[in-house]
Every structure is written in structure tokens, then in C-alpha cells.
Design a protein around this ligand. Structure first.
Ligand code: NAD
Length: 474
């Protein structure tokens, strides 16, 4: 579905018209394109006291091939960058002119142990934010509060959430701001942070802002994982995607296939033609099953048994909206069954038979309705909150097998599902976020591809909203 207002205000006439009336002008978001460089421009580095992740940042900056400038808060960066053979300089206030646009601001807050040590965050963002170009990236790195040694350290690290979420709301112009909490030990192995940092610095995360992601120390497993190619990280992997005939599911299938995976798409028998045509274009496999049918888990397990599977994406979902007083029992039951219980039954079947391989990935599709609740969606929000519970409850059990389980929670995404929403509610949902626009199915798909990445082994039990920092929800 297209956003006519976004197109209009980004035309020469529309831009003048919007300016004269003081109307908001959403930015055309820069999204990943295989024919354009993924990373370019200059990143500014800032740091709090005794930063512990600068080495990991230097190896990342070297691997993505961008130049860097050190803010005065990050004096160790220059020597470190030189050791890594990086082109680097110092950030000077003069750089804040329009001729010196930055592509990203990276701040290492890992060494902050007390609220009295937060001041360098103000200094860095005060000095640099106006130099950050359109669709720029802000990433703050901290330590997982729950694993901090002292209450004061936990407090100071937790404070980073307020800063990062506010930066996302202030920056506008298609800029995203996200916080990565890195557990001690997780940053020590090469690549343990790279896949996640790359995602949050890339145009792939165009519609992901205001998020907090915890990277666990089991990311050290990445060091033992087989080497992968950054251009085809999912080569040799097999991925199941439910609800793959159209919308977000078709986009997920497309992105996972582009990353090298063989995709097995599942959708209901009436969607067989669309499913087969999507899968044919991707050299994938089409399975026409209703995932909620009692026999579906056994049928899916049998279809995957011989070759196994590495990635399971539970995308299929439906809405049957009515206020609870008017909602029939069937509408309640149907939504819970397809959106939640079917996923549990399928996972159980694949895990029990060892069809989902060790080191595998389970990724659920929740919704911001499951976080905030929504009028007329008691059934849907219950099912989507259940998806979050599933992720949180299963993550510890799957850790021993190196399987991660995470969910994305989309906000307003332009699909046939949201096209059905009445106009005024649709327009409100679309604009009430830091990007002032809806997301595209590919934004959800790229986020899922990051969670499926071999380098995201330390990311488990997480819920990542793909909502342009929607005002709806937490
Ligand atoms: P969509 O209706 O366009 O596509 C859903 C697909 O799932 C369809 O192809 C459908 O046939 C399939 N499906 C439904 N029931 C099935 C079943 N029993 N067995 C197999 N396949 C089945 O929806 P979409 O907008 O692409 O949404 C995809 C997912 O994202 C859903 O889980 C939805 O709840 C979630 N989501 C969407 C939005 C949004 O803004 N579009 C926001 C939040 C969450």
C-alpha cells in the first residue's frame, strides 16, 4: 500500500506547500539496496569513562570500511584506531557545518558506573547531533543492567534507555537511535557484536528506532561458529516461513533467500497459487498447510525431517477485531489458535524430533498491540503478548542447544492487513511515530534476517519493535 502524503510532501511543489502550512514532512527513508554501498560516510565516536568496547568498535569500523572522527570524550580512540590501521581524525566543532555531515554517532558507555559519570553523554550528543545527516544512525553501547556489580552501576546503565529513546524522538529526519546492552564477555570475541552493530548502522534498520537490545555472553559461541560470508550469511541454511504467500511473510522469504537461505514457505491451501509463485521466484519450496490444523505439526515435521531446518519464522497471523462484548467465541478462539497455539505446537514437534538443528533460530512475529493493547483487539493483543511470553519463557531452555528465540513486534506496516483499517485510524497509526510514516514489509524482513544471522548468536529472549518508534506501546 502506498503513502500518498509522503510522496506529495517530498515533491518540489508538495514540499513548498507543506512548509507554508507548517505540515510535517516525513523523510523518505534510505533502505538497503544491493546495488548501493551499505556503509559510507564518517562516524563520530564518543565515550564515557574507561570505555571497554572501543576495541570491538574499531574492528567493526575497520570491517565496514568507513572513516571515523573522535570526539574529545573518546581520546583513547585515535591511538586505537591507528593500531587498527583506520583513517581517523578528531571531531572539531567546526565539523558541525553542513559540509561535514556524519553518517553515525557511536557512544561507548560501558565503563559508566555511577549516575555522576553520565555527563560525557550530554557533551557528545550536544556537540555532534546537529552534524548527523538525514537517515543517520545513533548507537549507544552499555552494560546489561541486570548483570551489573553494584546498584549504582545498574542505575546509571538503566538511565541510558531514557537518553536513547529521547534522542530518537528529537533527531527526526529519518534518524534512528538504539541502545545495545552488551554483557561482559560478549564483546571480547571478534564478530560477536558485529552482526548486531552492522544491522543498527545499516539502512536495513531504517524503521527500527528507540529499541533496547541485550547481547548475551553466549555470543562468544560465535567464535566457534563456522565462518560465514557477510554477503551471503545464510548460505547453506534452510528456513521455514509461515504465511509466506503475501505481505510481510513474502518479504521475509525474499530477504532470507537473498541472504543465501533455502526458504520453505507455508500458507493456507486457498493461497496456494500466490505461495507457489512467490516460492518459485526464490527457488524455494511451497507447502500448502493450515498451520492451525491438528495434523499440521506432524505434516510439517514430516516434510522437513530428511534435511532438517535452521530457521523457523512464525509469521502467519490473522485479525478478527471487535470489542470484547461483541466478539464471538469463534473469533477469539481462531485468533489465539493461529497466532499463538499453532506456533507452540509446531515448535514442540520440530524440537522434540531434533528437526530444528542445534544453533538454530526461532523468530516470532508479535505486534505493538501485544505490548500496549488495542481497542477492539483483545483476542489479537492476547495472542501477540503470548508470543512475547513464549520468547521469554523458551530462551533459557534453548540456550544449551545454541538455539536463539526472539520476536519482532511490528508497528504500522503497509500491507493488506493495515489497508483494511478505517481511514482516520489508519492515518493516525501511520503518522504517530518518530518517522511520521508507516513501515514497509521489508523493514520487518530485514530485522528478522539480522536475528537469523549466524553472528546474532548472543541475541536471545529479545523483543525488537519495528515501529519507527511508535508512540503507541511502551
Ligand atoms: P497478511 O494478512 O497480509 O498475511 C498473512 C499471511 O498469513 C497470509 O498469506 C495468510 O494466508 C497467512 N495465514 C493466515 N492464517 C494462516 C494459517 N492458519 N496457516 C497458514 N497461513 C496462514 O498479514 P501481514 O500484514 O503480512 O502480517 C504478517 C504478520 O505480521 C502477522 O502475524 C501480523 O499479525 C503481524 N503484524 C502485522 C502488522 C502490520 O502492520 N501489517 C503489524 C503488527 C504485526
Amino acid at each position: 500500500m502506498s503513502d500518498s502524503y509522503l510522496k506529495f510532501v517530498n515533491s518540489p511543489f508538495g514540499a513548498r506547500f507543506a512548509r507554508s502550512l507548517g505540515l510535517p514532512k516525513p523523510e523518505v527513508l534510505r533502505r538497503y539496496r544491493a546495488d548501493r554501498p551499505e556503509f559510507e560516510g564518517m562516524v563520530a565516536i564518543g565515550a564515557g569513562r574507561e570505555p571497554q568496547l572501543l576495541d570491538a568498535l574499531a574492528s567493526l569500523v575497520a570491517s565496514i570500511g568507513v572513516t571515523s572522527v573522535a570526539h574529545e570524550s573518546a581520546t583513547p580512540w585515535v591511538a586505537l584506531a591507528n593500531r587498527h590501521g583506520l583513517m581517523t581524525g578528531r571531531f572539531e566543532p567546526a565539523d558541525s557545518g553542513s559540509s561535514a555531515r556524519l553518517a553515525a554517532l557511536l557512544f561507548d558507555a560501558s565503563g559508566i558506573e555511577d549516575s555522576t559519570q553520565l555527563e560525557p553523554l550530554h557533551a557528545f550528543f550536544h556537540d555532534t547531533l546537529r552534524s548527523l545527516g538525514k537517515c543517520g544512525r545513533i548507537v549507544v553501547l552499555g552494560r546489561t543492567p541486570e548483570t551489573c556489580d553494584t546498584p549504582r552501576q545498574w542505575t546509571a546503565q538503566r538511565a541510558l534507555e531514557g537518553l536513547t529513546r529521547s534522542l530518537g524522538k528529537e533527531a527526526r529526519r529519518g534518524i534512528t537511535a538504539n541502545l545495545l546492552y552488551v554483557e561482559k564477555g560478549a564483546g571480547s570475541s571478534d564478530h560477536a557484536l558485529d552482526a548486531t552493530l552492522r544491522f543498527f548502522l545499516s539502512p536495513r534498520s531504517a524503521y527500527v528506532s528507540g529499541q533496547v537490545v541485550r547481547i548475551g555472553a553466549n555470543a562468544a559461541n560465535v567464535a566457534n561458529a563456522p565462518a560465514f560470508d557477510w554477503t551471503q550469511p545464510l548460505a547453506g541454511k534452510r528456513a521455514v516461513v509461515t504465511g509466506a504467500a503475501r505481505g510481510i511473510g513474502a518479504a521475509i522469504a525474499g530477504v532470507l533467500a537473498a541472504e543465501g537461505a533455502h526458504v520453505i514457505g507455508i500458507d493456507i491451501p486457498p493461497a496456494r497459487d500466490a505461495l507457489e509463485s512467490t516460492m518459485q521466484q526464490l527457488n524455494g519450496t511451497a507447502l500448502a498447510f493450515d498451520i492451525a490444523a491438528p495434523e499440521a505439526p506432524a505434516q510439517i515435521a514430516a516434510a522437513l525431517d530428511e534435511l532438517g531446518v535452521d530457521i523457523v519464522v512464525h509469521n502467519a497471523g490473522i485479525t478478527k477485531d471487535k470489542t470484547i462484548a461483541k466478539m464471538t467465541d469463534a473469533a477469539w478462539q481462531n485468533v489465539i489458535d493461529i497466532n499463538l497455539s499453532a506456533q507452540e505446537r509446531i515448535d514442540d514437534a520440530l524440537l522434540a524430533a531434533g528437526i530444528l538443528r542445534d544453533g538454530g533460530r526461532i523468530i516470532g512475529v508479535s505486534s505493538i498491540s501485544g505490548i500496549a493493547g488495542n481497542l477492539g483487539q483483545t483476542n489479537y493483543a492476547t495472542s501477540k503478548a503470548g508470543v512475547i511470553g513464549r520468547v521469554q519463557s523458551m530462551a533459557p531452555h534453548l540456550r544449551a542447544r545454541g538455539i536463539t528465540i526472539n520476536a519482532v513486534a511490528p508497528g504500522f506496516i503497509e500491507t493488506q492487513m493495515t489497508a483494511k483499517i478505517p481511514l482516520t485510524i489508519r492515518e493516525a497509526g501511520r503518522r504517530m511515530n518518530s518517522m511520521s510514516q508507516g513501515g514497509q514489509p521489508v523493514d520487518v524482513a530485514q530485522t528478522i534476517a539480522w536475528l537469523a544471522h549466524p553472528g546474532a548468536a548472543g541475541v536471545t529472549g529479545q523483543i525488537v519493535r519495528v515501529c519507527g518508534q511508535s508512540l503507541i506501546g511502551a
